[in-house]
Each structure stands twice: as structure tokens, then as C-alpha cells.
Unconditional design. Structure first.
Length: 236
């Protein structure tokens, strides 16, 4: 495992902590390390607790990669992120996200594809701000948001609005807010509660509940997030 991501497992629960020492941008290196961590969790058949830095879950994709206007790099990063979100959406064991601060586009996707989403109150921004930073919402992001956000807030993603944690709770990004010091203990407690259930029924139920969303996200990724589309967009 790279130093960007730490993987620890105990009692059937894998804690995946990602920390780049700065804004936790979803760079190709970070995404690759997260995919590797999920690979390990799948092999271990583990419940997952996903946690970022104190004060910031993730600031989203690495905009420096997009700014280079190199189709292969932009496509590769976006595809990695989209596939990671889809993996969490259909991961067979519970996924608990512990968000200790800001969560912007890719960070928000991770929340929206987790089973239990815990956040903290504070001066933080949560949401899909693509429009406000000069990007068009990818179709896969729209399908992820459609699956979890309440109808009024889903329609507001076209404005690129970001929300305070309390509003993000109402919108559907979070299931519960905790005090900052209680965040990780609460996530661990939530994970521990799942260790006593028959996971066969959880997995089967999750597949049924998520089936339409998984199919829609899969179709959106395969039809839009392609190298050919990126080259066409950049005139390459």
C-alpha cells in the first residue's frame, strides 16, 4: 500500500484512511491507492470504514490534471474515480464513510456511494460544485446523485451549490452528524454493529436496492467516460 492510503484490519473491519497531507485531491496516485485498498478489503471480505483527513474528506479530482488538457491523463483520472464510486456502490459488505470536513465532487461521490455516511458540523462545504468551477457534470455523477439526494437538492446540483454540513444532512449526503472527536469512534461503532448480522442477507438486499442505480452508473461510465470522447472534447 502506498503512503497515501493506510489499510488496517481488525475483527472483520477494514479502516481505509487516505491522507495526502494537503487537500486530499483525487489524483491518479490517490485513486490507484484507494482501488488497491478496496482490492484488499474485498479479499478480506471486510466491512469498510473510509476516512479522510481532519478538516477535509476530499477536495475532489486533481484539477491540475484537467488543466493540462491531455486527453489520456484526464480520461484516466476520471475513469478511475468513476469506477471507484461504482465499486463502493456495489461493494458486498457495508461501507461507512467518516467525513471530517470538506467533501467536493469526488469526495461527495464517495459519500453518496457509501452505505452509512457520518459527518461533522463546522465551516465545511459539501457538494457537487462542477458548474461553479467551469466543468459539466458527468452523467455518472448525475446518476449517483439521483440515487441518494432528495428531489429538491438533486435539482440544485445544476447550480454547483455547496452546502454546510447541516444542509448536506437534509440533502442526503449524510445520515448523521457527530462532534469532530466522536467521528471515527462513531464510524467504528457503526461498523461493529454490522459484524453480528448475516451478511448474506445484507448483500442480497443491497444488490436489490442498488440494482437500478448500479446499472445507470455503469451505462453512464461506459457511454461517456471514454478516451475517444475526451479526445473529441479537446480537439485531439
Amino acid at each position: 500500500m502506498t503512503e497515501l492510503v493506510k489499510y488496517e484490519i481488525a475483527g472483520g473491519v477494514a479502516e481505509i484512511t487516505f491522507d495526502d497531507g494537503r487537500a486530499n485531491v483525487m489524483s491518479p496516485a490517490m485513486l490507484g491507492a484507494l482501488h488497491a485498498a478496496v482490492d484488499r478489503a474485498e479479499k478480506d471480505k471486510a466491512i469498510v470504514v473510509l476516512a479522510g483527513r481532519k478538516g477535509i474528506f476530499s477536495a475532489g479530482f486533481d484539477l491540475k490534471i484537467f488543466a493540462k488538457n491531455i486527453a489520456e491523463e484526464s480520461y484516466g483520472m476520471l475513469r478511475q474515480g468513476a469506477e471507484l464510486a461504482l465499486r463502493l456502490l456495489q461493494y458486498p459488505q457495508p461501507v461507512i464513510s467518516a467525513c471530517g470536513g470538506h467533501a467536493l465532487p469526488m469526495g461527495a461521490f464517495l459519500l453518496l456511494t457509501s452505505d452509512v455516511r457520518l459527518g461533522v458540523d463546522g465551516p465545511f462545504r459539501i457538494g457537487l460544485n462542477e458548474v461553479m468551477i467551469g466543468l459539466t457534470l458527468p452523467h455518472f455523477a448525475i446518476e449517483i446523485a439521483r440515487h441518494r439526494l432528495t428531489a429538491p437538492y438533486f435539482n440544485r446540483i445544476v447550480t454547483g451549490e455547496v452546502l454546510a454540513p447541516a444542509d448536506a444532512l437534509d440533502a442526503g449526503y449524510f445520515d448523521r452528524l457527530t462532534a469532530a472527536d466522536d467521528l471515527l469512534p462513531a464510524a467504528r461503532l457503526a461498523a461493529a454493529a454490522f459484524t453480528g448480522i448475516d451478511m448474506t442477507h445484507f448483500t442480497a438486499s443491497k444488490r436489490r436496492v442498488r440494482a437500478q442505480a448500479v446499472a445507470a452508473v455503469r451505462e453512464a461510465i461506459d457511454s461517456e467516460v471514454t478516451l475517444e470522447n475526451y479526445k473529441r472534447r479537446l480537439g485531439q
